[in-house]
Design a protein around this ligand. Structure first.
Ligand SMILES: Cc1cc2nc3c(=O)[nH]c(=O)nc-3n(C[C@H](O)[C@H](O)[C@H](O)COP(=O)(O)O)c2cc1C
Length: 182
C-alpha cells in the first residue's frame, strides 16, 4: 500500500512537482502511461499534469483509471503558465480551468491544487509551437488594446521562465495529511 504520483509533462515543470511531491509523500513517481502497472498496490494515486489549452493533459486517461479503481483515493496537481492566485489572476480562473477536466458534480471531494509551472518555447513539440505562435498573436492584439495581463504574459513567455516553487504544493500536502491519506 502507499501512494504513487503519476505525471504528465512536456517541458519538465509537472515532472519537477511530481518529484517534489513523491519525496514529500515518500513514494514513487511514474509517467502516467505506467499507472495501470505501478499503481496496482497504491491506495493513493496523485496525478501531476499541465494545462494544455485549458484542459489537463492525461485527465481522460486518469478519469478512466479512477472509474475502474473506485476503491482507491485520488488527488491532482494542476500545473499551468499563469501565476499563482492574485488580484490580477483570481483563484476562480484556475478552478474554472480545473473543473473543465474534473467537474465538481462528478469529483466534488477530490483534493487538488494549482501550481505555477514555467514556459520554455524551445522545448515544445512542433504542433505546440504552432499553437503558441497563434496564441502570441492573440496576446499581442489584446496587449495593444491595453490589457495588462496579456502584455505581461506575452513578455514572460517570449523570454521564457521557470515559476516552479516547491512550497506551492504545501496546501495539497497539508490536506492529504489532514485526511490521513499521507
Ligand atoms: C499549447 C499550449 C497550451 C497551453 N495552455 C495553457 C492553459 O490553457 N493554461 C495555462 O495555465 N497554461 C497553459 N500552457 C502552459 C503550460 O501548462 C505550462 O508551460 C506548464 O508549465 C507546462 O508543463 P510541463 O513543463 O510539465 O510540460 C500551455 C502550453 C502550451 C504549449
Amino acid at each position: 500500500m502507499g501512494a504513487v504520483v503519476a505525471f504528465c509533462s512536456q517541458t519538465g515543470s509537472a515532472k519537477r512537482y511530481a518529484d517534489w511531491l513523491a519525496v514529500e509523500l515518500g513514494c514513487r513517481m511514474v509517467p502516467l502511461e505506467q499507472i495501470e502497472v505501478v499503481a496496482a498496490d497504491a491506495d493513493l494515486v496523485v496525478l501531476c499534469s499541465w494545462f494544455h489549452a485549458a484542459s489537463l493533459k492525461g485527465a481522460k486517461r486518469f478519469r478512466a483509471y479512477m472509474a475502474a479503481h473506485g476503491e482507491k483515493r485520488y488527488a491532482v496537481v494542476a500545473v499551468g503558465a499563469t501565476p499563482m492566485p492574485s488580484e490580477l489572476w483570481p483563484a476562480s480562473e484556475h478552478e474554472e480551468a480545473f473543473r473543465r477536466s474534473f467537474p465538481a458534480g462528478a469529483y466534488p471531494d477530490m483534493p487538488w491544487c494549482y501550481c505555477q509551472g514555467g514556459f520554455h518555447f524551445e522545448r515544445l513539440g512542433a504542433v505546440d509551437k504552432a499553437m503558441m505562435r497563434i496564441y502570441f498573436k492573440m496576446l499581442e492584439g489584446e496587449a495593444r488594446k491595453g490589457d495588462q495581463r496579456s502584455g505581461t504574459a506575452l513578455a514572460q513567455m517570449r523570454e521564457g521562465y521557470d515559476g516552479c516553487e516547491r512550497s506551492y504544493l504545501d496546501p495539497l500536502v497539508t490536506e492529504l495529511r489532514a485526511r490521513g491519506w499521507a
